[in-house]
Design a protein around this ligand. Structure first.
Ligand SMILES: [Ca+2]
Ligand SMILES: [Ca+2]
Length: 252
């Protein structure tokens, strides 16, 4: 009798311990979404001078950043973009719109921790303060086949331009939104070049799918015809690059 009682008590304690283990280890893993912060620096410069501004991700948890398309907005009356350099194999389109720089990229292995995504060089055209805003189009983790959105905090920045002896030269303004390719003709409604995962949108997640497939980390692609962006009959890294270019608005 006493033995039965002890056995029951032992079983109860074992169940309790198992529940604690499951609750403490498994559930956070299932909760899934990686967390992180996207931030853009603040700086000061004189009119006619340039300042380098860094777009970076901070404290991103596993599995890390797998695909990103991020827009940085600015005041074109105060600033112009001199140069944009994307890091980690990404690409940058400094004339995505009149007041927007777009950065897109992919990482098969995932960027964990702190990563610099792009350095943007702005020039002060007149005195004033321009907010440097961040708009997330895609910021997904490196999960194979099904990248999940990263739970992201955003820290905006600003560039303060003060009057300096060198006067602002009325420069060639960066090409405007009218130079951005128009929407593609709707002649093939069932086929969206670059839309590898068939969600009717071409973005950096499509490029990540193509690279995962190329590396044989993914068994198949949902829409291989769409993934073959250069129409050469195979799906490979060239297609991933083209899809990123489409995503960044560099192609029609
Ligand atoms: Ca897509
Ligand atoms: Ca191809």
């Amino acid at each position: 009798m006493k033995l039965t009682f002890l056995l029951k008590r032992f079983a109860f304690i074992a169940l309790l311990a198992a529940a604690v283990v499951i609750g403490g280890v498994l559930l956070p893993a299932l909760a899934g979404a990686a967390q992180g912060t996207l931030r853009i620096d603040s700086a000061q410069a004189g009119v006619g001078q340039s300042a380098d501004i860094m777009l970076s991700a901070r404290d991103v948890g596993a599995p890390g950043i797998g695909a990103w398309t991020i827009d940085v907005s600015y005041d074109p009356a105060t600033l112009s973009v001199v140069e944009c350099r994307a890091e980690h194999g990404g690409i940058c389109n400094e004339v995505f719109a009149e007041d927007v720089v777009r950065i897109a990229g992919i990482s098969l292995g995932g960027l964990v921790g702190d990563s610099e995504l792009a350095a943007i060089s702005f020039r002060c055209e007149q005195a004033g303060v321009s907010l440097l805003g961040i708009t997330i189009d895609v910021f997904s983790d490196a999960s194979l086949g099904g990248p999940q959105p990263i739970d992201t905090s955003v820290l905006s920045g600003s560039l303060t331009c003060s009057d300096e002896p060198p006067p602002p030269t009325p420069t060639a303004v960066a090409p405007t939104a009218t130079d951005v390719p128009a929407e593609p003709p709707a002649s093939e409604p069932d086929k969206v070049p670059g839309d590898a995962d068939c969600d009717e949108d071409v973005d950096s997640i499509d490029a990540a799918h193509v690279l995962q497939f190329e590396a044989r980390l993914l068994a198949e692609i949902a829409c291989p015809d769409n993934a073959d962006a250069n129409h050469d009959g195979r799906v490979g890294p060239i297609d991933a690059a083209i899809i990123l270019q489409i995503s960044a608005g560099l192609l029609g």
